[in-house]
Design a protein around this ligand. Structure first.
Ligand code: SDX
Length: 435
């Protein structure tokens, strides 16, 4: 539903008679927003919000998060219900088009994605340009960004059909690029996608199969991978999605925009946290060392973060972390892994942290990354591929948000302002006059 007027906000500059009244707008649910677009022209002042913690950069109908209640909705559907009843391609359709597909729409969408998974054969050569030990996220940034070099006829973002084709290509080809980045790293043959497999199953096939023997699908692992992808598919205006929107707002093509999103996701404060959680748990070593690590985290001077904890929006449990934790137990049980030491460490870490006022008072709870790495490790996914998997799943969210932005008649190039605290105007000093 469109925004609705909810009243107004009057702003007066203290000590002057300068005042303005700004519209207060409401959406379907969630906080109202003060529309400040006139503030600068009326009062000559900017707003200041480092990290945009209290700033709505856009109107969106895709995902809603209630950080206090720990609620996450994709197009109005609770993440718990989608995790229980849906699958990643159906969720992808929902995020892209706004409604759950009927049988015919699902069949057509599945066919469209499945039949776009192959890469142009020359793209194979891109991988050979990287060192074998290159981080797979570096390869993802490079190869996804280069996709636009193969689709010159499909870069007109004003054409709805070309936008849709680009969306299909990105959703379908990013898993192949991701799997090939891994295979290149380990020196194994690149495995071509198979059209007879499901989306998550095909990704596991391309990651794990070798040409020398038949590959046996594991339905439990495919289902777990599909669920992990659902949980990572979209998340409102997070750093990487905002990056994709900002790049797309200039008219740059969607392949370049998604490559920018991959770069943003790589950071340990964002999607790189799942890899960082495993490294943190490995460095701590044993549950006995957890109290010392917690003490280090609480010592600001150590600049140590409890990775996988905290969130800009969630000030309650991240609902995805709860589902991930339950899935952990199911996957480990299916794999016959009893008493996984990493899971035991994580659960003890969570118990200790949630009893410690430092974390409780700051409303720091486990986020999506705290348990995801443990499942992925148990599934045999290498640690350096965790954030790559996050990027594979988030591609549909980035593309959906990019498409929504392009189709928004109100959208304009993103161009934040600043508060300048540098030097006041001064004259050039010739070299021989400088000290
Ligand atoms: C993702 O935005 C999204 O939606 C992202 C994401 C998605 O799906 O797209 O959900 C995916 O990125 C999840 C987050 C993964 N990152 C991590 O797990 C890294 C560890 N977390 C922190 O770096 C941090 O919590 C952030 C980056 C996630 C959030 O940073 P904020 O918003 O700047 O943190 P805050 O304002 O809530 O912090 C409040 C206080 C501060 O201390 P004080 O100044 O009040 O003394 O809590 C401290 C922070 O220093 N704090 C932590 C902490 N996170 C915040 N202290 C220790 N360990 C932490 N993890």
């Amino acid at each position: 539903m469109p925004t609705t007027p909810k009243g107004s906000l009057t702003v007066t500059l203290d000590g002057t008679n300068r005042t303005t009244t700004l519209p207060l707008l409401g959406g379907t649910i969630g906080p109202e927003v003060a529309d400040i677009r006139r503030l600068y022209s009326d009062l000559g002042v900017f707003t200041y919000d480092i990290g945009y913690g209290g700033t709505a950069a856009t109107e969106s109908r895709i995902t809603y998060i209630d950080g206090d209640e720990g609620i996450l909705l994709y197009r109005g559907y609770p993440i718990e219900q989608l995790a229980e009843n849906s699958n990643f391609l159906e969720v992808s359709y929902l995020l892209l088009y706004g409604e759950l597909p009927n049988a015919a729409q699902m069949a057509e969408f599945t066919h469209g994605v499945t039949n776009h998974t192959m890469l142009h054969e020359q793209i194979r050569r891109f991988f050979e340009g990287f060192r074998r030990d290159a981080h797979p996220m570096a390869v993802m940034c490079g190869v996804v960004g280069a996709l636009s070099a193969f689709y010159h006829e499909n870069l007109d973002t004003s054409d709805p059909r070309q936008r849709e084709i680009a969306a299909f290509r990105l959703i379908a080809k990013v898993p192949t690029i991701a799997a090939w980045a891994y295979k290149y790293r380990v020196g194994q043959p690149l495995m071509y996608p198979r059209n007879d497999l499901g989306y998550a199953e095909n990704f596991l096939y391309m990651l794990n199969a070798v040409p020398t023997e038949p590959w046996k699908s594991n339905p439990v692992l495919s289902k777990a991978m599909d669920l992990i992808m659902i949980l990572h598919a979209d998340h409102e205006q997070n750093a990487s999605t905002s990056t994709v929107r900002l790049i797309g707002s200039t008219g740059a093509n969607p392949y370049a925009a998604v490559a920018g999103g991959i770069a943003a996701l790589w950071g340990p404060a964002h999607g790189g946290a799942n890899e960082a959680v495993l490294k943190m748990l490995a460095e701590i070593g044993t549950p006995e060392n957890i109290p010392d690590f917690i003490a280090q985290v609480k010592d600001k001077g150590s600049h140590t973060k409890l990775m996988g904890f905290g969130h800009r929006v969630y000030k309650n449990f991240d609902p995805r972390a709860k589902i991930m934790k339950e899935t952990c137990h199911a996957v480990l049980a299916e794999l016959g892994i009893k008493n996984d030491p990493t899971l035991a460490m994580a659960m003890e870490m969570e118990r200790i942290a949630l009893e410690d006022d430092y974390f409780v008072s700051r409303k720091l709870y486990p986020n999506v990354d705290f348990y995801s790495g443990i499942i992925l490790k148990a599934m045999g996914i290498p640690t350096e591929m965790f954030t790559v998997l996050f990027a594979v799943a988030r591609t549909v969210g980035w593309v959906s948000q990019w498409k929504e932005m392009i189709e928004d008649p109100a959208q304009r190039i993103g161009r934040p302002r600043q508060i300048y605290t540098g030097e006041a105007p001064r004259d050039y000093a010739p070299l021989d006059t400088r000290g």
